[in-house]
Design a protein around this ligand. Structure first.
Ligand code: NAD
Length: 236
């Protein structure tokens, strides 16, 4: 842990939401909730079988909005840290759930999109959506069906806000990755970008991912995130 950090970037992955009841991605042999990722998380999968893809994200959205899914201690301690930390703070999440914002996080980038948003394929306008939608849903801008897709970054597509993320990584002195397997590019390379400017890099995960972090803390996110960020705040 470095003393008096001035700028911190935190990257979160599916592991931070696991204890909130949302399954991780690779945990079940490369399947996402029993579906091969090629079927539900690629533009080609959407072209092949749009009904399956709409239904997959409709189910994820219903689950997210159910009473059983709530932010856990890791989400809420990150939000608390952001409020109390006197320096620059950016939270980048690969997660498409809304548990960070529900916990109170503010400076947050959803680099892989959001379950509670849909996008018009004609205008690229983005709309909030809390209900199911599919091919037959009328677009709010075009007023015709067939133009809406989940506002999710699929494999082969460019993640959102990469300029903002890279700028923060190049200027941070602490980088922390929480609950991410390091299998999905470009997030898997963020710790290396942070290291170019000699940031201290830490991984918090249930298991070591094999990457070259300076420090690795093993445990469940709801245990180790509160302790780690409490210590980091005391070091400021
Ligand atoms: P991943 O599923 O590939 O890896 C999850 C990581 O979290 C693993 O390294 C695992 O060891 C760790 N983990 C599991 N439970 C944990 C816990 N309780 N505490 C700490 N760590 C724990 O996740 P990824 O790297 O984020 O990549 C998955 C991709 O799939 C992302 O792009 C994301 O968009 C999508 N996805 C999102 C969600 C979500 O929004 N909650 C859920 C599943 C998948």
């Amino acid at each position: 842990m470095i003393p008096s950090p001035k700028s911190i970037v935190v990257l979160t992955g599916a592991g931070i939401s696991a204890e909130s009841g949302i399954k991780t991605f690779r945990a079940a042999d490369g399947l996402w909730e029993n579906h091969p990722i090629d079927d539900v998380a690629t533009p080609e999968g959407f072209e092949r079988n749009p009904s399956l893809v709409y239904e997959f994200y409709n189910q994820r959205r219903r689950q997210l909005l159910s009473d059983q899914v709530k932010p856990n201690a890791a989400h809420s301690h990150l939000a608390k840290f952001e409020h109390e930390f006197p320096g620059q703070f950016l939270l980048v999440t690969q997660n498409v759930d809304n548990l960070h914002e529900r916990a109170g996080s503010q400076n947050l980038v959803h680099m892989h999109g959001e379950l509670l948003k849909m996008r018009c394929l004609n205008s690229q306008l983005v709309f909030d959506i809390a209900k199911d939608f599919d091919f037959d849903t009328h677009c709010r801008c075009c007023r015709s069906p067939g133009n809406l897709r989940p506002h999710i970054v699929w494999f082969g597509e460019m993640p959102f806000q990469m300029n903002k993320i890279n700028q923060a990584l190049e200027n941070c002195d602490v980088f922390v990755a929480i609950g991410t397997s390091g299998n999905v590019y470009p997030a898997s390379g963020f710790y290396q970008t942070a290291k170019i400017r000699r940031a201290h890099t830490t991984e918090l995960n249930l298991e070591r991912t094999g990457s070259g972090f300076d420090e690795c803390i093993i445990g469940s996110a709801s245990d180790i995130v509160p302790t780690y960020f409490e210590k980091l705040l005391n070091a400021c």
